[in-house]
Design a protein around this ligand. Structure first.
Ligand SMILES: [Zn+2]
Length: 263
């Protein structure tokens, strides 16, 4: 069931490239202008934008930005600082096919009401149930050595965190999120996944049992119908037998068995 489980690449970005430097400048500019849109392709052009695989941590400064446009990007991940973008309402990384997961911190964007995310690219999506990479030994590294609990913000290290997957509905999409957790208390505070997704926080890997994907649904429906038909036939036979026993309740048992047999 878990198809195509890939490892999560860390260090995805060349931070000395012209593309990255321009992107950081653009973030500063948008923060200074107090602009409500962040669309890096417009500032960088197609060529440089295609060399961008993550966003700078400084996006946390974009307090006024309501719309993030990342259509057709080559992004592989989004940093947890997106949770500090408190005005974010619309998030559009549509057709960014390398974006398989999001940091749980995006759940802190309470104004987010609309999103456009390519479902098939997401871990655990209902269409193909792409496998979740295994999170043993906290393999996902953000930039720098320190990180924070995704729930209570407590400072953590990669040795003390407990990384888990959780699928949550946000904006207009249901998306897999990576949570860094300091304790089981914080784990229990994670939101409940919607129906038809792994119902609890988990560590991924090949042994993870996911609900059936969309393509397997017709098979399941056929099986259910077959089961119903069999149950119906069994019930009918039972009714028939009961009727015979009732109408022949005076007969000796051997005759009765023969009568049922002849039916
Ligand atoms: Zn915590």
């Amino acid at each position: 069931m878990n198809k195509r489980i890939s490892k999560i690449p860390n260090d995805v970005q060349d931070r000395n490239s012209v593309a990255w430097k321009k992107l950081c400048e653009y973030v500063d500019q948008v923060a200074e202008n107090g602009s409500d849109e962040f669309v890096p392709r417009e500032a960088l052009g197609d060529e440089l934008f295609s060399q961008i695989f993550t966003l700078p941590e400084s996006i946390g400064k974009l307090k006024k930005v309501k719309k993030v446009g990342l259509y057709g990007s080559n992004l592989k991940r989004i940093p947890p600082e997106i949770g500090q973008m408190e005005s974010l309402e619309y998030f559009d990384p549509y057709t960014s096919y390398d974006l398989h997961w999001f940091p749980f911190e995006i759940y802190q964007c309470k104004k987010l009401k609309d999103s456009r995310i390519s479902t098939r690219a997401l871990y655990g999506n209902y269409k193909n149930r792409m496998g979740f990479p295994k999170l043993d030994h906290n393999p996902v590294r953000y930039f720098g050595d320190k990180l924070k609990c995704s729930v209570c913000n407590k400072e953590l290290t990669y040795e003390t965190t407990n990384q888990m997957w959780i699928t949550v509905h946000i904006g207009t999409d249901t998306i897999p999120m990576l949570a860094n957790l300091c304790s089981s208390e914080c784990e229990q505070k994670l939101p409940k996944p919607p129906e038809n997704y792994v119902p609890v926080p988990h560590k991924g890997g090949v042994d993870l049992v996911q609900p059936l994907d969309e393509e397997s649904q017709p098979v399941r429906i056929q099986l259910e119908m077959m089961e119903k038909r069999i149950n119906y036939e069994v019930a009918e036979k039972q009714k028939e037998s009961e009727k015979i026993i009732k109408t022949n309740s005076g007969l000796p048992i051997l005759k009765l068995i023969r009568k049922i047999w002849e039916k």
